[in-house]
Design a protein around this ligand. Structure first.
Ligand code: TEU
Ligand code: CA
Length: 574
């Protein structure tokens, strides 16, 4: 088919620079580490790499607090290293996408330093400053909004006697998108600087938070707290379409692709607007319906697997429905990223007997879904969460430590509540995606050179013998080998699997996910056993009598009447 955009058929591999590969032994991953593994990445069968923030930053939120958009964080390398990485990626026929973090900067960015210096500084209005409100003579923030990492979204500034807004850490002040001068500075520094150096597009961080609406108090949903969930107010504000259309003019000059991160957006009509081509806003978005499943009001939830398979299937069906809701819309497929714990642990089973089967099942399911496919480093190996036995000091993420602190404060250090909090972090914390990649069974799992001067910044997993890139490259039965095979199947049946229309054929089934994909009269059928038991292959009536040809079984079986535990299959129907 002509005229299809490259990013629709592409498979994207996400890299977390701090944890991918450390080339110089300081315990921190770096750009030259990525460079040294480009051939490995290419061998998986992906077309594009997305690199999480590699910009200069004080690292309060792992680089999502940017001090200088135009400079690489020195421990990761230099701008020259980055230019070499772009060139070498292109030389291998792959594309490279960066993270665009322009809802906020670091408080160390020169723009904010100027903004906070005085009320009449020309950049005062580049951030969001408000006077205090007084309740019974007591100084209070302008509203009751709860921040994404806990606490108020407002930080008092002694020097100028006003509050500034920060939807994330206090060290991440929100930029004021209402100011057109600020917007132009953002486009120039954060976007054009790197587009000029050849990057092919952006993953756009918290893209739906630029327009904040009227900032009214949020309804009280947590009576025990001063601060209330306000995601539905600060996301998808009234000027979003206008801002994105303006930003899109810059992107179009470079034919750059975008995938926008859209938390707190259950309204499909809103999502359609973001990704419908004629609106010229974004190419595609990450919806949160699947990865938010089973989470509590503070995201972390004590009971693992706190959802049913029908709920999981409905969430997937919702993201797949975009292609139906609008002919010019596009969708994404992902289960992991640097903000999510590992998908095998969350959605299948990380028990040693089931880990490999679970990883293959999820690979098969994802490769049979429509939209642009995103894989996160280590997912192709079937890496899992780190174990319960690790103590709290191994959690490095501000999101995790703030949550644990909040539970400690609210419960008066109650040991049962703290144990529950730790159990929920073991299940859901972002830290699980951020441990060093397991390359081999060498020291530090091959992440750092054996003579490294420093320990890796996060503790490496201890079961590298069971799960590492070197060993899986030589093992036909590995999760990695299966990913390669599935990506090849996806390419071969591209129309059907990447563009086909999705139908859940058995929505209420608690054990099996059975869906079909249809493209111009052709049909594929996927059957996924989401239990650790054998299940009989009972197909819904609509496809029971079709002639079926087995394309692939994740358990390497034939068309048998029973599915093995965590087995998935794809058939062609006629
Ligand atoms: O995440 C934004 C976001 O809304 C969540 O996924 C966030 O991780 C969650 O609320 C925390 O519980 C993006 C980045 O992906 C994330 O790493 C950054 O921390 C965040 O923006 C701030 O830039
Ligand atoms: Ca390093």
């Amino acid at each position: 088919v002509t005229g299809r955009k490259w990013w629709k058929d592409g498979v994207v591999y996400q890299i977390y620079p701090a944890s991918f590969k450390d080339s110089n032994g300081d315990g921190i991953g770096d750009l030259n580490g990525i460079l040294s593994e480009l051939d490995y990445i290419k061998s998986i069968g992906v077309d594009t790499i997305w690199i999480c923030p590699m910009y200069d930053s004080p690292q309060v939120d792992m680089g999502y607090d940017i001090r200088d958009y135009e400079k690489v964080y020195p421990p990761y390398g230099t701008n020259e290293d980055m230019e070499r990485l772009i060139a070498e990626t292109h030389a291998r026929g792959m594309r490279i996408v960066l993270d665009l973090v322009v809802n906020h900067t670091s408080d160390q960015h020169s723009w904010f330093q100027e903004s906070r210096s005085s009320k009449d500084n020309p950049k005062r209005d580049w951030y969001i400053w408000r006077p205090a409100r007084y309740v019974d003579g007591k100084r209070c923030p302008p509203n009751n909004w709860l921040g994404n990492f806990g606490g108020s979204v407002w930080q008092w500034d002694e020097h100028t006697q006003e509050y500034y807004l920060h939807l994330f850490c206090p060290e991440q002040p929100d930029l004021n998108w209402e100011n057109p001068v600020t917007r132009q500075a953002i486009y120039k520094s954060a976007m054009e600087f790197w587009l000029e150096r050849g990057v092919d597009g952006f993953r756009v961080d918290t893209v739906n938070m630029y327009s904040k609406g009227d900032m009214a108090d949020a309804p009280i949903t947590d009576p025990g707290s001063e601060w209330q969930f306000a995601g539905f107010q600060y996301c998808n504000g009234p000027r979003m379409g206008e801002f994105l259309a303006e930003m899109n003019e810059v992107l179009q000059r470079y034919d750059a692709m975008t995938v926008g991160e859209c938390p707190h957006t259950p309204d499909m009509a809103r999502v359609v607007k973001y990704v419908s081509a004629k609106e010229r806003q974004l190419n595609m978005v990450f919806q949160f319906d699947v990865v938010d499943i089973g989470q509590g009001p503070y995201k972390f939830q004590t009971t693992p697997k706190n959802y049913t398979l029908p709920q999981f299937k409905r969430a997937i069906a919702q993201t797949q429905s975009l292609l139906r809701l609008s002919a010019d819309a596009w969708t994404t497929v992902f289960l992991e990223n640097h903000d999510q714990s590992r998908s095998i642990t969350r959605f299948t089973s990380d028990a040693p007997a089931h880990r490999v089967a679970g990883g293959k099942l999820l690979s098969l399911m994802m490769c049979a879904l429509s939209g642009t496919l995103f894989i996160y480093q280590g997912q192709e190996l079937g890496m899992t969460n780190f174990p319960e036995s690790w103590d709290m000091s191994e959690y490095k993420d501000v999101d995790s430590s703030n949550y644990y602190k909040m539970v400690a404060e609210r419960s008066g250090n109650d040991s049962t509540k703290l144990a529950e909090a730790k159990a929920s972090l073991q299940h859901l914390a972002r830290d699980h995606a951020r441990v060093p990649m397991s390359w081999s069974t060498a020291k530090y799992n091959g992440f750092s050179p054996p003579d490294a001067k420093a320990e890796p910044w996060m503790r490496p997993l201890e079961d590298a013998a069971l799960c590492n890139a070197e060993q899986q490259q030589g093992d036909k039965a590995s999760v990695l080998a299966f990913w390669k095979r599935m990506l090849a199947v996806r390419k071969e049946w591209n129309d059907l699997l990447v563009h086909g229309e999705f139908d859940d054929l058995d929505e209420q089934n608690e054990d099996l996910f059975v869906f079909s994909k249809t493209w111009k009269g052709r049909k594929a059928l996927a059957v996924c056993n989401f239990t650790d038991k054998t299940q009989s292959l009972t197909l819904p009536e609509s496809v029971r009598n079709s002639k079926r040809e087995l394309l692939v079984s994740s358990a390497d079986r034939g068309d048998e009447a029973e599915l093995a535990a965590w087995e998935g299959r794809v058939y062609l129907l006629s």
